[in-house]
Structure formats: C-alpha cells, structure tokens
Write a protein that binds this ligand. Structure first.
Ligand SMILES: [Zn+2]
Length: 233
C-alpha cells in the first residue's frame, strides 16, 4: 500500500479519532495521508447491545470515520479490556508500521484509567524498534518512523504534560467533528461523557495557552527531549 505520513494507534476503536483526530484532520487538509490502528474494538461499552453486536457496529463506525478523512484503517484481533503487553501485540503493531510506513506515530499516554490505553502505550517503543530493525525478519521490509508522540485523551490524564502544541483551525475542527460523530458513542446516543463538547473546549484551551485560536497538544517521550544546539542565542 501507499505510504502514509501519520499513523494513530488507539486502544479502542474511537480513541485514535477522538484524541489524535484533530491532528489527523489538520494534516489531511494539507494533503497528507494518514492511517489508524485500533488494538481492540471497544465492544464492551454499550448499554444494551451485546459485545458481539457492538463489535460489528464499531467496526462499521470505524470504517465510516476513516472514510471521512480518507484514512487507511487497521484492526488488531484483541477483546476489549484484554489487550496484553507482549511480543505478539508489539509485532502486530510492528507489521502495521511496516505496511503503512508512517513518519509520525500518535498513541496514548500511559497514565490512564483504561488498561487497554496503558497497554497500547506500553507496547511502544518496542513496536517501533521491531519495525525499524532490518535484522528482524517479518513479511515486510523494515521502516523507522521519525517520531512518537502521545495524544491528549481525557481518560489518560495522570502525569500527562502537554509539551508540543499543534495549531489547528475551524475547518480542521469541523472535519474532526464529522469524523468523530460517525460513532454513536460520540453522538451521545446514550448517557455518556460529552466527548465532542469536551474536546472542542480543550482545543480552545490549548489554543489560548499558546496564543492562538485552537490547538491540539501532545506529550513527548523522554528519549525525544534531547536537542542539539550550536548556540543558546
Ligand atoms: Zn478507549
């Protein structure tokens, strides 16, 4: 498949869209290509549908959401709440990285109330090393993404420090809302968190923090903080 510029990896279908989605929309509007990988469908969260019924619906919603921005979409075969941290998952993520060859990867911050979010995060950076090492033989050739960043998610707040602010605009937000609301969960079809309202307000707050109208913020991995300068002036 054609290379993408950004891959967003979420614990449940919907996470990549809701937390990394504004950045994806911003770059799609600049003509870039993006992909999303959902480690589980998040199928245990519906008030009336069985997990099997909701899994089917969430897969369809994920495909519709991806279609709104022309994203490639990938799924791992794990059950909601049961995503492990092990080499099987890391190699599955590695294979997706090798398939879509992104420059940037966006995923969860580790300090989460959701085990699947934390475990998705903890599969990095090993999944990237596995993707990058030529000497690890997999079906596809190696690929080394330039940068991993942690997207902001209301369920992953513990210790999250916004460090990198991406300026976005009203059109990015409009596209993001169209993408996110492909999910019944984000249309608030049942009593739940006010996702869309929260993330739009957050974009306003993050924008104000860097003197712009709207922004979406990321935490930076510890090993990416080193910067080489030739002068302090
Ligand atoms: Zn989630």
């Amino acid at each position: 498949m054609e290379k993408v510029d950004i891959l967003a990896v979420g614990g449940h279908a919907g996470d990549a869209e809701i937390s990394a989605g504004m950045a994806l929309c911003h770059h799609v509007r600049q003509g870039k290509r993006v992909a999303m990988l959902h480690c589980t469908l998040g199928e245990r969260g519906h008030p009336t549908l069985s997990p099997a019924e909701y899994a089917e619906r969430k897969r369809e919603e994920a495909q519709k959401a991806a279609a709104v921005i022309g994203a490639e979409v990938f799924f791992l075969p794990y059950m909601d709440g049961e995503l492990p941290v092990n080499d099987e998952v890391k190699f599955a993520i590695c294979d997706t990285i090798r398939e879509c060859r992104p420059d940037f990867i966006l995923t969860h911050w580790r300090g989460s109330m959701h085990k699947d979010h934390t475990n998705t995060c903890l599969c990095f950076p090993d999944a990237i090393f596995y993707a990058a090492l030529k000497t690890i033989e997999r079906p596809l050739p190696s690929h080394w993404p330039k940068q991993l960043l942690y997207a902001e998610n209301w369920e992953d707040p513990y210790g999250f420090v916004p460090e990198l602010y991406l300026e976005i605009d009203q059109k990015d937000l409009k596209l993001w809302e169209e993408m996110a609301t492909q999910y019944g969960l984000f249309r608030a079809e049942w009593k739940t968190f006010h996702y869309v309202e929260y993330y739009k307000a957050l974009a306003k707050v993050r924008g104000l923090e860097v003197s712009t109208e709207f922004a979406t913020a990321f935490a930076v991995p510890e090993n990416s903080r080193r910067r080489k300068l030739t002068t302090l002036l």
